[in-house]
Design a protein around this ligand. Sequence first.
Ligand code: SF4
Ligand code: SF4
Length: 409
Amino acid sequence: MPILKILRRRGRPRQVVVQLTDRCNARCFQCGMNVGNGGPRGDLDRETAKRIIDHCAVLGVSALSFTGGEPLLAGDLLCELLDYAGRAGIEYLRTGTNGYRFARPDAPDFMDRVTRLAAMLAATPVRNFWISLDSAHAGVHEANRGFPGLMEGIARALPVFHAHGLYPTANLALTRLMTGETPLEADDAVSFQKLAGQGLSRFFTTAAGLGFTMANCCYPMSDDDAAKGASAAYAATAADRRVSFAEWEKRALFAALDAAVVRHRGDLRIFTPRSAVAALVRRYAGAARADRPCLGGVSFFYVDRQGDCFPCGYRGRENLGPFWKLGRERLDGQAFCRACDWECFRDPTELLGPLGDLAAGLPGWRNLLGLGLRDLGVWAADLRYFAACRHFDGRKPPDAARLAAYRAT
Ligand code: SF4
Ligand code: SF4
């Protein structure tokens, strides 16, 4: 979100993540919504969805994400809601896919299918469209999702999307699979960080090689992490070892991520803010005043497919009732939660939180002054990079000259 806009709004940026569907056709081990898990599934009802969007407009929500499950399984409803939200004045609209439409790229109708999909999405006001990647290793990624030929299909599909003026983001899931066929395991922090760094480098290099111009990292979310706050409302977690990390491993993982972002952010636009990653390194190093409390339940919210609102996808015991009944008195309270690392809320909390402070007057200025000079410098550098990345606008190609300035020498 452009910086001046946030300051002009004179308040914290508001974000809502809506679960459009909990149906999914993928097998991902890291997620409770995978196709192998039972239980009733379904989509958000059309009229309920529109009430949610109308209320987002009333509350001044500027960023709205339609998540899943697999959002494309909702069919025409997805595009209808994106259009509706655009007409309601919500500017930052996002959705994504597990990539199933890109499987079997040698099928005779592949290019037609992909072209129809790109044209359909490009005709909506969606700003960012993500495609998930679990590993730089094609076999590992495709086996985890259950879609053969997916990587090759993505490589063929991306130029079609670009030709339609849509620049998808690679959503890189940080799990033990990111190192490929040999899972990320080591006995000590130094070896672990080295292996994680190599895996991350392969990840970013592969994403750029497939043709992505943007990438984002999804931090590991185990049942354990989610349960720190309460039982999850959003079932995108698992108890599996491949997504569970000890605190020392997380510290090493985030330190490796920070270094990898620096190495690769000249090759593609990497959303993952260094200020957020540095805060997580401090958190897992046990530092005092390590990170900002999350804006979940303060100015960011999660809405499930029944239309019920929660502070986030994980504080599932705090049902705030139907979203359209959420009153203004619930907004802009005191942030306090640090129960998990959900990047959807963690990254914008660190990146945009200080701007919200600047706009919020004296109490906000006090918060801001609590940041040390070094942290302020990292945050200011994030903002400069954000601008060089054309504010991560997925409807614009990268500015090659500005990105080149970030290329590692
Ligand atoms: S991570 Fe996404 S694609 Fe994979 S099972 Fe869960 S909802 Fe489906
Ligand atoms: S840190 Fe944020 S996303 Fe995680 S449980 Fe707390 S409010 Fe929710």
